[in-house]
Design a protein around this ligand. Structure first.
Ligand code: NAD
Ligand code: UGA
Length: 467
């Protein structure tokens, strides 16, 4: 008899696989959970005291379970063989070439996982799609699995993840809902019930929703599309505020008070970033196009168009406010992560602002409490195709500062691009004294006390606010 009630393997030890499995392990001491990855470096980091991702509360949860019922390994074959349930939690980025390039999601990694499982499994298993995928991917996964020549039976479920970075642990501990999609026949329903019983260890049953496979896969794309749409909607109004003298914070408050609208996700910003919003909307747009739904595709694509406009609008405003030139000027960037409480820089809007400033020949000094310089460069090369090789002098044009004061010293301007709490507590008198005059502030998150900054002497420009 095994000492475990159930064995879970998760393929992919990233932002989703790591925290999700750590919480399952913490909530289910009788379940053995192992997270596997192709990357030895990633697994070594999960097994160290310096975890590969920054997420508040995560080290404590990992510490509590690691070596007891939570393991991280590169021995993928052995863990597949041992598992009853296998989660696929690998990256599904936007395709960069071929059919659907720039829009369709690349599900290559999911297919590779399915092929690996078919190749090495020696017993029947439940396969759970945790990755965000185009609707009907489960069908592809099922067909690949069925090609095994051992007569094994696999049930494929969809169980998309809704955690947000920076709040992953509370989101996982107390999810709004857990969504499980499966085939609506007896074995499919039994597999779904098995996964329900895992989550039921800590999530109330009425918050665990079961649906058919396609509804589950599509709900994930729709949830992200709706959230991103709110950000683009409020950002579009921020431009109108700047033109008319209305104040975007007052509008968010007044509009959000309506229960039918709700107050969350109405913070105007320099645009949304992160690895998923743009990818998932593009995925939705591509799906609509594939099914011949041109008007639906155009409708959702507009969320991206507005987001690109907002990012561009911000850097253009910086340049025009500073007498139409930033050439040779030092500009401090406070915050580079795509939101606070994460070190993740994938698709971060800060990168687009930095790119625009560098192209205007500014000297950019970036301070972010969690972002590593190497990650900044990797993302720049991947997403905006900018590197020392393509833009000689780039490395020297962008300095990473050890703190906000160093970044701002002798600068002509500072811009707040990530809403880190610590920026609210800075000594702005000290910063003002150290800066070139006139000293400009561009608040891309409406984080700071603008009246106080103006009193000190700063010239303040903020999103959706009168100048
Ligand atoms: P990630 O890039 O952080 O991690 C993916 C991991 O999978 C990497 O470590 C990679 O090495 C590994 N991997 C790739 N192919 C593999 C294979 N064949 N076998 C084993 N390991 C393999 O990605 P992520 O941010 O964790 O996202 C994973 C999925 O979850 C994506 O589909 C994403 O859209 C979705 N999602 C992400 C978030 C988020 O906040 N990041 C939230 C909800 C859903
Ligand atoms: C988002 C969703 O919130 C999660 O539910 C989902 O699981 C996840 O995507 C995913 O599929 O990857 P995440 O991208 O981690 O989570 O973070 P969000 O809090 O949604 O923020 C996304 C972006 O929108 C950030 O750049 C943030 O600054 C921006 N944002 C958010 C605004 O500009 N204004 C707001 O009011 C809210």
């Amino acid at each position: 008899m095994s000492e475990w009630d159930l064995k879970i393997c998760c393929m992919g030890a990233g932002y989703v696989g790591g925290p999700t499995m750590a919480v399952i392990a913490a909530k289910c001491p009788k379940i053995r959970v192992c997270v596997v990855d192709l990357s030895q470096k990633q697994i070594d980091a999960w097994n160290s005291s310096d975890l590969p991702i920054y997420e508040p509360g995560l080290p404590e949860v990992v510490e509590q379970c690691r070596g007891k019922n939570l393991f991280f390994s590169t021995d993928i074959d052995a863990e597949i063989k041992a598992a009853d349930i296998i989660f696929i939690s690998v990256n599904t980025p936007t395709k960069t070439m071929g059919i659907g390039a720039g829009r369709a999601a690349n599900i290559k990694n999911c297919e590779l996982c399915a092929r690996k499982i078919a190749e090495v499994a020696e017993s029947d298993k439940i396969i759970v799609e945790k990755s965000t995928v185009p609707v009907r991917t489960a069908e592809a996964v099922r067909r690949v699995l069925e090609c095994n020549d051992k007569g094994l039976k696999f049930q494929v479920l969809s169980n998309p993840e809704f955690l947000a970075e920076g709040t992953a642990i509370p989101d996982l501990m107390k999810p709004d809902r857990v969504l499980i999609g499966g085939v609506q026949d007896e074995p499919g329903l039994a597999a779904a019930e098995k996964l329900v019983s895992v989550y039921a260890n800590w999530v109330p049953r009425d918050q665990i929703i079961t649906t058919n496979l396609w509804s589950s896969e599509l709900s994930k794309l729709v949830a992200n599309a709706f959230l991103a749409q709110r950000v683009s909607s409020i950002n579009s109004i921020s431009a109108l505020c700047e033109a008319t003298g209305a104040d975007i914070s007052e509008i968010s408050r007044a509009v959000g008070k309506d229960d039918r609208i709700g107050k969350r996700f109405l913070n105007s910003s320099i645009g949304f970033g992160g690895s998923c919003f743009q990818k998932d909307i593009l995925n939705l747009v591509y799906l609509c196009e594939t099914y011949g739904l041109k008007e639906c595709a155009e409708y959702w694509n507009q969320v991206i168009v507005m987001n690109d406009y907002q990012k561009k609008r911000f850097s253009e405003k910086m340049v025009s406010s500073m007498f139409n030139t930033v050439t040779g000027k030092k500009i401090a960037i406070l915050g580079y992560a795509f939101k606070k409480d994460t070190g993740d820089v994938r698709e971060t809007p800060s990168m687009f602002v930095v790119r625009d400033l560098v192209l205007e020949q500014a000297r950019v000094h970036v301070y972010d409490p969690q972002v590593k310089r190497e990650d900044m460069w990797t993302e720049m090369e991947y997403t905006v195709q900018m590197s020392e090789a393509t833009h000689p002098g780039l490395d020297a044009a962008v300095t990473t500062a050890p703190d906000a004061y160093t970044a701002c010293a002798n600068a002509h301007a500072f811009a707040v691009l990530t809403e880190w709490d610590e920026f609210k507590e800075l000594d702005f008198e000290r910063i003002y004294k150290s800066m070139a005059k006139p000293a400009f502030v561009f608040d891309g998150r409406n984080l700071l006390d603008h009246a106080k900054l103006r009193e000190i002497g700063f010239e303040v420009h903020a999103i959706g606010k009168p100048d």
